[in-house]
Design a protein around this ligand. Sequence first.
Ligand code: HEC
Length: 102
Amino acid sequence: MNSRIALLGAAAILAMSLAMAGSAQPAASTAPAPDDAPAKALMTETCTHCHDLDVITSQPRKHAEWPGILDRMKANGAIIPDEDYKVLLDYLGRAYSTDKPQ
Ligand code: HEC
């Protein structure tokens, strides 16, 4: 009896961990790859002082548009150190552009 309960418990834990592993997968093919996490965190930190991330991610853009947008955000008052600028530009180009890198 006891071992049967233990078996049921083990099966429940297995089912739960399988469900969790499944939900950890990116939902859509446009989801950033896992190694984008640091750049995404930087973007969230740098770019949400004045507006939501939606403003950045909701509209498809081309690679060539991002430098101009980052420069305009600096003019708007965003503080983007040079090393962050490179990381952000690279990430925006990779994750949120409709065309291939140039
Ligand atoms: C100091 C405030 C501020 C910060 C920080 C900021 N923005 Fe903005 N952002 C604005 C303002 C104001 C607008 C609307 C006016 C404009 O488009 O310049 C805007 C608009 C935008 C737009 C829409 C532009 C368009 O043409 O539709 C994008 C994309 C954008 N921001 C990206 C970013 C990114 C990426 C970052 C982080 C690197 C960032 N913003 C950080 C103030 C900011």
